[in-house]
Design a protein around this ligand. Structure first.
Ligand SMILES: [Fe+2]
Ligand SMILES: [Fe+2]
Length: 289
């Protein structure tokens, strides 16, 4: 397994910069003062995000996605329990970051706890806890632009409502006579299950978990970064009735992912027995990653 530990702080930096960008700049919570209004948001972080999207939009081609699926969806890298995957993912923490409170585990735990506080179903809480575990891709040495960031369909025209869509000008699919069409290689309303999404942690984790969780949970995991769909209302032409029925669940999940940062971080040690029971209810001891 190719894991270059020298790359990890960089990966964590980009992920963090991207997450803050999504939360504060791209999709700010309505009617709430953006954090950036009272916090000196440094430009280097924003440039990092811009560069991240430039790379992402240039390289996420139909061909690239097919190769990555071939490479990773055999799920033959390692067998891990969810707790092992959480520990593994948490090695992605950037030690040089002063805002260290929100490592990957804290983000997951806070998302889950916010869902739990609102009295949602237990599988929904569980989804909060595990939704980003696909980021272990970073630890296999994958570049950040192939792990995080907004996702979108490949094999057809890129929507202008995708963030930083101007960078798609550098994507070779844009000049392919079929792939540049609105439907591209797909049939109208074929259903998202027929559609290849740009490669990243969402699609990867969906395949790890697809036999184990209720359908709405799988949609939340698979499409939580598909902002052009769940936030912008694009790509309905690729959706079928089932996708439309699942969309409200994806939308219900999104605020917990973006806005659940708690000033009073939950204590993992205290909560671990609760989550251990919840995991046992839905998932086998080990999962293939
Ligand atoms: Fe995510
Ligand atoms: Fe997340």
């Amino acid at each position: 397994m190719a894991t270059n530990s020298d790359d990890l702080p960089g990966s964590a930096n980009v992920i963090k910069a991207w997450e803050e960008f999504v939360e504060e700049q791209a999709y700010p919570v309505p009617h709430v003062k953006a954090k950036s209004d009272y916090r000196n948001y440094d430009n280097p972080a924003r440039d990092t995000v811009r560069e991240f999207y430039r790379e992402n939009h240039r390289h996420q081609t139909y061909d690239f996605v097919r190769r990555k699926r071939e490479e990773f969806l055999r799920l033959d890298r390692r067998q891990m329990s969810i707790f092992e995957a959480l520990d593994y993912l948490n090695t992605l923490v950037d030690d040089s970051d002063p805002d260290i409170d929100l490592d990957q585990l804290q983000h997951l735990l806070q998302t889950a706890e916010a869902i739990r506080k609102d009295g949602h179903e237990d599988w929904f809480v569980l989804t909060g806890l595990i939704h980003d575990l696909g980021k272990v891709l970073c630890l296999y040495g994958e570049p950040q632009w192939a792990v995080v960031g907004d996702t979108f369909p490949v094999g057809c025209r890129f929507s202008s409502r995708i963030i930083y869509s101007e960078f798609f000008a550098d994507n070779p699919d844009q000049s392919d006579p079929i792939l540049c069409q609105q439907l591209g290689v797909y049939q109208q309303n074929c259903g998202l299950r027929q559609v290849l999404m740009s490669w990243g942690h969402d699609e990867y984790l969906y395949h790890v978990l697809k036999d184990h969780l209720p359908e709405p949970a799988l949609y939340m995991i698979r499409y939580h970064s598909f902002y052009a769909w769940h936030r912008e209302g694009e790509y309905d032409w690729l959706c079928d009735e089932h996708d439309r029925a699942m969309l409200p669940w994806v939308r219900k999940f999104n605020p917990y992912d973006l806005y659940s940062k708690s000033p009073d971080p939950p204590d993992w040690k205290e909560l671990r027995p609760f989550y251990s029971e919840l995991l046992k209810k839905y998932l086998p001891e080990k999962l293939a990653f």
